[in-house]
Write a protein that binds this ligand. Sequence first.
Ligand code: SF4
Length: 625
Amino acid sequence: MNKPVSIATGYSACPHDCPSTCALNVEIIDGTRIGRLRGAPDNDYTAGAICAKVARYAERIHHPDRLTSALRRKGARGSGEWQTLPVEAALDEIARAFDKAEARHGAETVWPYYYAGTMGLVQRDGINRLRHAKCYSGQFDTICTNMAWTGFVAGTGKLAGPDPREIDSSDLVIIWGTNAAATQVNVMTHAVRARKKRGARIVAIDVYRNATMAQADLALCLRPGTDGALACAVMHVLFRDNHADWDFLETFTDRPRDLETHLKDRTPQWAAAITGLGVEEIETFAQWIGTTPRSFFRLGYGFTRSRNGAFNMHAAASIPCVTGAWKHEGGGAFHNNGAIFKIDQTMVAGLDRRDPSVRMLDQSRIGAVLCGESADLKGGPPVTAMLIQNTNPVCVAPDQRVVKAGFARDDLFIAVHEQFMTETAALADIVLPATMFLEHDDIYKGGGHQYLVLGPKLVDPPAGCLTNHQTVGTDYPMKNAMSATGYRNSEIGENDRVGVVSVNGPLSNHQVICGLAKRLGAEHPGFDMTEREHIDWMLRNSGWGTLAELEANRWIDCQPPFDEAHYRNGFSWPDGKFRFSPDWQALRRQTGPLTGRSGRGGICLNYRTTGPSRKKKPRHFRSGW
Ligand code: SF4
């Protein structure tokens, strides 16, 4: 008789670079395999709904093409000829290559490069600990957030807005620059709830007819990069037709009279010619906003896809200031909640070892950097060695032809830590197999909501291929090999040797970083901590309790009080006023770490503490439109 299948439920969080960061219920079959994934029904943001691709994650995690062994390039770069080797030997080779490169060109010749393949704070940001401890080149990022974040913060002073669950209480939900029906389904869940409950209207704005538009009451399909013109025309109508809330404007904004004057000739006719929209469409949109106090602007990452994206985002976020929609539950503008969590990443990202004199190389300019453009190298040495985690730059970085030329260099050592043989991995010297999110421990913060969610290890990674030590030419003591990575799934005897028993198999990012740190002589207490210890440290030092408490509760609601989220006591600038006229040059100079904590090189999230001085005033009124 067949043994009955046992199905348990594990709890996790989606690791993808998607604002929804869904809380997940995961079927675990016989303790070893993943079944169906579902949205956690008891999480009031996820509300039981997730997108189709993650619901079928079992197909990815158990895919036969998954990398399970470390690989060394055998033939010419990109030839597809590989030999397997133990992961420990692969780490040794990477460390030797890094040391050799550093001896020749200095530490900045090594460029650890990563992005958001996982959004877990341990597995994503630990690479910065190695970077800081070794003074390797920094990374100015990100490819896909800076325009939108800068534009939003330019107005509010802080990357935060109303509780996104308030969409349920809105009478007009404006979904602008995000195809929520496909990529962050929870926005649609809450918007449709508002429609059913209160008769709310839904407006979708994008540059192509997508699934969200199909569900909207008004779908505005405009030319790419022209959102700011639409926003200006909407505000023109709001002033023209006496929908402006002058009490709110005078109290909470910097130069409302100048804005009204500035917009005098930004008519719907003017905007129609720029955006490709009809005058009637713009008038209807503006009238709906002007007559609906509870208008919720859900502003997405579409704003990052054009050179003038920061201006466009700023203009869109300005609209609810003209009507005073911020005052109401279900009103205001929301883009991302990055500033509310205040996670202390000193330990995980090694921020206490950060040397500000080390150059920051632009993540988006990887092609030019690798091709030796001197301006992009910031006067420093060429990049001759890389470790790449969580991203596939050969496929996704701008200016792909130049990126490919850079990766083709013979004098560049490339190590890629990946789950599948991507376009970037195919050009590597060493490929390390990577775990997936259900195979390691991590913690996630919701960009599109207010929860910190735990994502614990639920299953073991797949076993690696048997490795043949003749291939490597080295007889590795397995005990040493395994202990250095903290690998947990093998029983290892003193005399076990690689090549006799498999020690291969995917490693977590944390294991790779700690394994390399030991070989490179990099010192930091974070290299001696487990993933779980890092999570506990972050929670305790950020005032969010302990790992044990989070394990019991699965997530933490970090939502600030209503008045704070709606800026009822003033926006996050020293004078409390939303900036219709930001000092764009000062914003441009903000290149420090995010809220001084994460170690990433983007804009600052909260200008109240780190922004320009109280005395500094913009010299003249200026906007992108
Ligand atoms: S909607 Fe976004 S966060 Fe939710 S499961 Fe899909 S990709 Fe993950």
